[in-house]
Design a protein around this ligand. Structure first.
Ligand code: UT7
Length: 319
């Protein structure tokens, strides 16, 4: 038993917000600084009251439509998010309810920007075990809610959005190899170090980051884990048609491609238009590449994530 992606969808809230728009809103920044250091020019921000499950619902409906299925056909829902609607119930349960499905197994995965790659790997293992046949795997984030808008070093980098895939049992792969890693010793270079206790916020409820430490870590592990996945599948990196890494910074993407000896023509880049949407960035990029016709049936894709924890991982698959 193998598993195969049969539908992809995504959703971005509201109009695109440019770097100049952020400067006009009073953030002491400019288009040149943000674009030259990160490649980011636009991001989308959720409206007040619009939640991760709302964005995930839109993306899921598009993925289901692409797969030719309805929500009732799904028996597993996994949502990767670090910005859930509530502490509980899970965003996956809220999404299940919004989609009108009453029976799928549903739970969230918290692996920050590696969340989608973690969730897809978990779904693959459920399907290969034979316990489930049709999974909806979603990355949905409203990072704008956890940004300190007075910290220009972080608030300009992130955006909101959602992406979803339908993963179905299949006789042919599908997913060729997966690899997941974590090293909690680096928990403090990217975190939201706060919690709620007795009705009060304890600690700091905003995203904090050591940007340069994150940059160096990401470049190293994204290349390493891609090589690990290729080796596990017995495929040279040259046989990968498209690299779809977590979209944090175009310089990280360029450095990863260089280490893998891949041309940037084979890398899907959306960070310029979406900013960093954390767990949503990989399925959003996959959907963009599919809908604009670059990614086609039969292509081999390397999906990669890296993020807080620290966590990192990759999924090598054939469409
Ligand atoms: O999912 C993972 C998410 N995280 C990442 O991908 C982050 C990876 N790291 C990075 O992308 C880069 O480290 C950043 C883009 C975050 C920062 O670039 P940097 O070259 O490491 O800049 P820096 O933090 O060392 O700041 C350089 C200067 C500082 O000014 P001074 O002290 O040299 O006068 C900052 O105050 O740039 C200033 N600065 C800004 N200026 C204009 C910081 N943020 C801004 C800003 N606009 N938004």
């Amino acid at each position: 038993m193998f598993s195969r992606i049969t539908g992809v969808g995504s959703f971005l809230p509201g109009p695109a917000v440019s770097n100049d728009d952020l400067a006009r809103r009073g953030i002491e920044t400019n288009d040149d600084w943000i674009a030259s250091r990160t490649g980011i020019r636009f991001r989308h921000l959720a409206e007040d009251g619009q939640t991760a499950s709302d964005l995930g619902c839109e993306a899921s409906q598009r993925a289901l439509q692409a797969a030719g299925l309805t929500a009732a056909d799904i028996d597993l829902i996994i949502v990767a998010t670090s910005t859930p609607d509530f502490i509980f119930p899970s965003t996956a349960c809220l999404l299940q309810c919004k989609l009108g499905n009453r029976s799928a197994t549903a739970f969230d995965v918290q692996a920050v920007c590696s969340g989608f790659v973690y969730a897809l790997t978990i779904a693959e293992k459920f399907i290969r075990s034979g316990s489930h046949r049709r999974a909806l795997v979603v990355g949905a984030e409203v990072f704008s809610r956890i940004l300190d808008w007075s910290d220009r070093g972080t608030c300009v980098l992130f955006g909101d959005g959602a992406g979803a895939v339908v993963l179905e049992a299949a006789e042919q792969p599908g997913i060729l190899a997966t690899a997941l890693h974590a090293d909690g010793a680096h928990h403090d270079i990217l975190s939201v170090p706060g919690s709620i206790c007795g009705g009060q916020v304890v600690g700091d409820p905003f995203l904090r980051m050591d940007g340069q430490a994150v940059f160096k870590f990401a470049v190293r592990v994204l290349a390493e884990v891609a090589e690990e996945c290729c080796a596990a599948a017995g495929l040279p990196a040259a046989d990968v048609d498209w690299l779809i890494p977590h979209q944090a910074n175009v310089r990280i993407l360029e450095a990863t491609a260089k280490r893998m000896k891949m041309s940037m023509d084979k890398v899907i880049v959306t960070v310029d238009r979406h900013g960093n949407t954390s767990a949503a960035s990989v399925p959003l990029a996959l959907d963009v590449g599919l809908r604009d016709g670059r990614i086609r049936s039969g292509h081999r894709l390397m999906l990669e994530g890296v993020g807080g924890g620290f966590t990192w991982g990759a999924v090598l698959l054939q469409l």
